[in-house]
Design a protein around this ligand. Structure first.
Ligand code: KIV
Ligand code: ZN
Length: 516
């Protein structure tokens, strides 16, 4: 057994989905799970099956679809949670139940309102129950980094005795710092007598911007599973970013001699897909996957890179799957060439998705002389993600400019298969457009954010628009891309509305029972 192998546990579909506004439907989860599997992620945490019927179905669908990675579901320390989770992961070739309970004084007293001994018993009961369903059980000490050491050691020992094969020590609130967390993991190795019977896992949140540093410090102390998410998506400030963990281990192998099984060349594609599905843009200066991560602006840097890339590049753009944005095709390129290009970019699409993407490619080629790889990726992700939407964009006409008092938008949408149109006015073209969409759909949502950026350079570049909508305290993000900024805005708003429809359908989570 390779003792330097670090298991990569991706929780984009569970903790990532808990980011306000990042909810995903079943099809979207399957699509992301497929690329995670292709990247050779070891464990995919697909959701929290008890949370709603939709979550249950999504975990079950991922469990059916994925053959190589372990598919995991989350469950609180409660019989109902554990049994429901077991049912959802049952179709998996390799399924895991991940059960957790808080162990810190603060959480036990105020959140759980349980005495430590009752929590201790719940650890044993929950792991024992999960083991009746599967051999692969992970137990997490929620708020582990703020738990008293004696109590943490007792709970970890009990969970292993009850049959947990992975023990996770989360830094739930992103509070720890690298040397403290490293010492905590070492303390467990020194004090828990049966620790050699489990893999120690870490799960770090990024509230102080230390999630990746803390995770790596824990690996150096002996942890051999890291829980992380694509683009660092997750509750509040997010989780440790998968791409940063994996590339740090790969790039600094001299200092950290550990392996992951990840195919790093799929990182850029996975990042883009997660951003499109969730509507969460990636900040330009984000490590590894930001648009500027491999860009050299200053003359001195450009000169250095041209002479010898390693002067300013510690890893190659190709190692994360970033290609030079090639000039690919134009309006004369046919369906066959388009299909070949998609294959080259790593897309395996069904006929409907290819037809839709090809139509949009042709429309784009009519408007834009040069089409780059990035344009194709933007339009294909957009087309694929919208395949199952209930509300679809059909057409838009805008009357704008300084010669009229109010701007005017005439829009056609297909709603549940029926094409409807309307006209609305507003203070500016975007306001008129959004008013028109609201007339045809619903008016209970509030626009919280509207943001535009260009996919490539040049004035004919596609605009990528992000919107955030809020309704009854719940938020959703939407994205849309087009050479026409107003069409991109319509697509983004409609994308967010489709997510809101899914969110409205989701039932509220069941109340938390005291213990298993
Ligand atoms: O942050 C956390 O503690 C969690 C657990 C459920 C693992 O997400
Ligand atoms: Zn978490």
């Amino acid at each position: 057994m390779n003792t330097n192998r670090v298991t990569i546990f991706d929780t984009t579909l569970r903790d990532g989905e808990q980011s306000p506004g990042a909810s995903m439907n079943k099809e979207e989860k399957i699509r992301i799970a497929r690329i995670l599997e292709e990247m050779r992620v070891d464990v995919i945490e697909a959701g929290f099956p008890i949370a709603s019927q939709g979550d249950f179905e999504a975990v079950e669908a991922v469990a059916r679809e994925i053959k190589e990675s372990i598919v995991c579901g989350l469950a609180r320390a409660a019989k109902g949670d554990i049994d429901r989770c077991a049912e959802a992961v049952r179709p998996a070739k390799r399924g895991r139940i991940h059960t957790f309970i808080s162990t810190s004084p603060l959480h036990m007293k105020y959140k759980l309102q349980m005495a430590p001994e009752a929590v201790y018993q719940a650890v044993i009961d929950s792991v024992t129950r999960a083991r009746k369903h599967t051999d692969d059980v992970e137990w997490s000490a929620e708020d582990g980094s703020r738990t008293e050491h004696d109590f943490l050691c007792r709970c970890v020992e009990a969970a292993i005795n009850a049959g947990a094969r992975t023990i996770n020590i989360p830094d739930t609130v992103g509070y720890t710092v690298p040397d403290e967390y490293n010492a905590l993991i070492k303390m467990l190795f020194n004090r828990v007598p049966n620790i050699d019977q489990a893999i120690i896992s870490v799960h770090c949140h990024n509230d102080l911007g230390l999630a990746v540093a803390n995770s790596l410090a824990a690996v150096q102390a002996g942890a051999r599973q890291v829980e992380c998410t694509i683009n660092g998506l997750g509750e509040r400030a997010g989780n440790a970013a998968l791409e940063e963990i994996v590339m740090a281990l790969r790039t600094r192998k001299d200092h950290m001699p550990f392996d992951t099984g990840i195919n790093t060349e799929l990182i850029t594609r996975a990042s883009h897909l997660v951003s499109t599905v969730t509507g969460f843009p990636v900040q330009p200066n984000k490590a590894i996957v930001g648009a500027n991560a491999f860009a050299h602006e200053s003359g001195i840097h450009q000169d250095g890179v041209l002479k010898h890339a390693e002067t300013y590049e510690i890893m190659t753009p190709e190692s994360v799957g970033l290609r030079k944005s090639n000039l690919v095709m134009g309006k004369h390129s046919g369906r066959h060439a388009f299909r070949a290009k998609l294959k080259d970019l790593g897309y395996e699409l069904g006929d409907n998705a290819i037809n839709d993407a090809f139509k949009r490619f042709k429309d784009l080629a009519d408007k834009k002389k040069e089409i780059f790889d990035d344009d194709i990726v933007a339009l294909v992700d957009d087309a694929v993600i919208r395949e199952n939407d209930r509300i679809k964009f059909v057409s838009l006409e805008i009357v704008a400019g300084t010669k009229i008092a109010k701007q005017r938008a005439e829009i056609e949408l297909e709603i549940d298969g029926v094409v409807k149109s309307t006209v609305a006015i507003g203070d500016g073209p975007v306001d008129a457009l959004f008013n028109a969409i609201k007339q045809l759909t619903t008016d209970t949502q509030r626009l919280q954010l509207y943001q535009v950026h260009a996919v490539t350079g040049g004035t004919d570049a596609q605009a990528e628009v992000t919107v955030r909508l809020e309704e009854n305290g719940k938020t959703v993000m939407g994205q849309g891309a087009d050479t026409d900024t107003l069409v991109a805005s319509a697509r983004a708003y409609i994308n967010a509305l489709n997510k809101l429809l899914v969110k409205r359908q989701k039932a509220a989570p069941a109340p938390l029972p005291a213990s298993a």
